[in-house]
Design a protein around this ligand. Structure first.
Ligand SMILES: Nc1ncnc2c1ncn2[C@@H]1O[C@H](COP(=O)(O)OP(=O)(O)O)[C@@H](O)[C@H]1O
Ligand SMILES: [Mg+2]
Length: 389
C-alpha cells in the first residue's frame, strides 16, 4: 500500500464543521478520497466511532430499523454512500432534534446537494456541506503541476506508477461510472448514450453551453441533452459556471460555461494519453483553463454558488469571478508565459468593481500588469493568492 498523501486542509475543515454542526456531509465524486478522509477524521477523535457503509448489504441489514440502530450509537457515526438511502435523513432529523443528543454524524456522498435535496431540506440548519475535489496543488506540491494536469486529481490516477497505469485506471473509472454507478443512483440512462454525450461534452470543455447545438449534433431533443448535463453535474463530473449579471445596460451572456471537472478524465475522453499529445491537441488551452479554474477554486475554498464567469455580447469577458460577501476577485487564464493586459481586463475590472484581477499564466514569473491587475504563474497561486475568508 503506497503512503497516503496528507490532506490537512480538508481534515481541519471537516473537524471544525463537526464541532459546529450535528451533521456534516462530505461530498465528492466517486473515488476522490472521501472514505479515506473519513477514516482519518475517525483516527483523530477520542470517543467511540461507528461506521455504516450503505454499499454493504450487511451494514444495510444493521440499519433495517434505522432509528433503533442509530439510537444505540454514541460519539461519531459515519454513514458512507448516503445517497443510497435518502430516507435516512428523516431519521437523522429525529435523532439530532432529541434533547440531550450529542452524536455527530459524518455523511459521505458521491453526489451534489441537489441530488440529495430531500436530505438538505429535511436537515436544514443542522447540516453543513464540505465538497472535495481531486488532489489540490497544496497536496501534491506545485512542482508536480504537470503531472496533476495530465493525469488529473483522482488519487489513483495521480499516484499510478506509470502513465499507462493511470490511463487504464481512468478508462476503467469511466466505464464503471457509466455501467454501475449511474444505475445505482437510480438514474435510468443507457450507458452508451451517456458515454457519447460525455465525450462530446469534452469537445465543448470551457465553452458556453449551447443546448440546441449539442442536441442537433447528438440527434436528440433539447431537453434530453439538458438532462444528461444535469446528471453529470449532479454526480460531480461536470462543473457549470453560471453567468454573472452585473447591473449594467450591456447585453450579457446568459448561458453557463461548462467544464469537465477533472483534467485527467477530460484527457481520457479526448483520447489524449501523453504530454506531447496534450501539447499538440486543439483543446490544450481549454484543458489548461479548466485546470486553472479547478486549482484556484480549490485553493480559495470557494463554495458552490460563489463562482461565476462573465461575458458581454460586445466581447468583454472574465473567465472566473469569485464572489463572497463584498469580495469580488477576477481571474483570467492564459497559458502563455508573458501575458499582456487587454481592454477586456480593464472593462471587467471596472464594470464588475473587482478588488483584484489575477492573470494566471503558464510562465515562471509573477509581476504587476497594472493597478490591481497581477500576473501570477499557476504554480505560484498558493503563495500569491489569498484564500477566501
Ligand atoms: N490521500 C490519499 N493518498 C493516497 N491515496 C488515496 C488518498 N485518498 C484516497 N486514496 C486512494 O484512492 C482510492 C479511492 O479512495 P476512497 O477514499 O475510497 O474514495 P471515495 O470514498 O471518495 O470513493 C483508494 O484506492 C484510496 O486508497
Ligand atoms: Mg468511499
Amino acid at each position: 500500500m503506497p503512503a497516503l498523501i496528507a490532506r490537512p486542509r480538508h481534515l481541519a475543515r471537516i473537524s471544525a464543521l463537526l464541532r459546529q454542526f450535528p451533521v456534516v456531509a462530505l461530498l465528492g465524486a466517486r473515488q476522490v478520497g472521501k472514505t479515506t478522509l473519513a477514516r482519518q477524521v475517525m483516527a483523530t477523535r477520542r470517543g467511540p466511532t461507528t461506521v455504516f457503509d450503505l454499499e454493504s448489504s450487511e451494514d444495510l441489514a444493521r440499519l433495517a430499523d434505522p432509528l433503533l440502530a442509530l439510537r444505540r450509537t454514541t460519539g461519531l457515526v459515519v454513514i458512507d454512500e448516503v445517497q443510497r438511502l435518502p430516507e435516512l435523513f428523516h431519521t437523522l432529523r429525529v435523532l439530532v432534534d432529541e434533547p440531550g443528543h450529542r452524536r455527530r454524524f459524518l455523511l459521505l456522498g458521491s453526489a451534489s446537494p441537489e441530488l440529495l435535496r430531500q436530505g438538505s431540506e429535511t436537515l436544514a440548519g443542522r447540516i453543513a456541506y464540505h465538497e472535495i475535489e481531486g488532489f489540490g496543488l497544496d497536496e501534491v506540491g506545485s512542482d508536480r503541476l504537470g503531472r496533476r494536469w495530465l493525469r488529473g486529481g483522482f488519487p489513483r490516477a495521480f499516484l499510478a506508477r506509470s502513465e499507462g497505469e493511470s490511463v487504464r485506471w481512468r478508462e476503467e473509472f469511466v466505464r464503471t461510472f457509466l455501467e454501475r454507478d449511474i444505475p445505482q443512483f437510480g438514474l435510468n440512462i443507457p450507458a452508451p448514450a451517456l458515454r457519447r454525450f460525455w465525450s462530446m461534452l469534452a469537445h465543448y470543455h470551457a465553452q458556453t453551453w449551447n443546448g440546441s447545438e449539442l442536441a442537433r449534433a447528438f440527434g436528440v431533443a433539447h431537453t434530453t441533452v439538458q438532462r444528461y448535463l444535469d446528471l453529470l453535474t449532479n454526480t460531480l463530473m461536470v462543473r457549470q459556471l453560471q453567468p454573472w449579471h452585473a447591473n449594467l445596460s450591456k447585453r450579457q451572456i446568459r448561458s453557463p460555461k461548462v467544464y469537465l471537472r477533472d483534467s485527467g478524465l477530460l484527457h481520457t475522453l479526448l483520447g489524449v494519453h501523453s504530454q506531447p499529445a496534450l501539447e499538440g491537441h486543439p483543446k490544450v488551452g481549454a484543458s489548461w483553463e479548466g485546470l486553472g479554474v479547478d486549482i484556484v477554486l480549490d485553493h480559495l475554498g470557494a463554495r458552490p454558488g460563489e463562482a461565476y464567469f462573465w461575458g458581454t455580447q460586445a466581447g468583454a469577458e472574465l473567465d472566473l469571478l469569485v464572489v463572497r460577501g463584498r469580495t469580488r476577485i477576477g481571474f483570467e487564464f492564459k497559458r502563455t508565459s508573458a501575458p499582456a493586459i487587454t481592454p477586456s481586463m480593464r472593462i471587467a475590472l471596472s464594470d464588475l468593481a473587482l478588488q483584484r484581477l489575477y492573470v494566471v499564466h503558464g510562465g515562471q514569473h509573477a509581476f504587476a500588469l497594472a493597478d490591481r491587475i497581477d500576473a501570477v504563474p499557476l504554480a505560484q497561486v498558493l503563495e500569491r493568492v489569498r484564500p477566501l475568508r
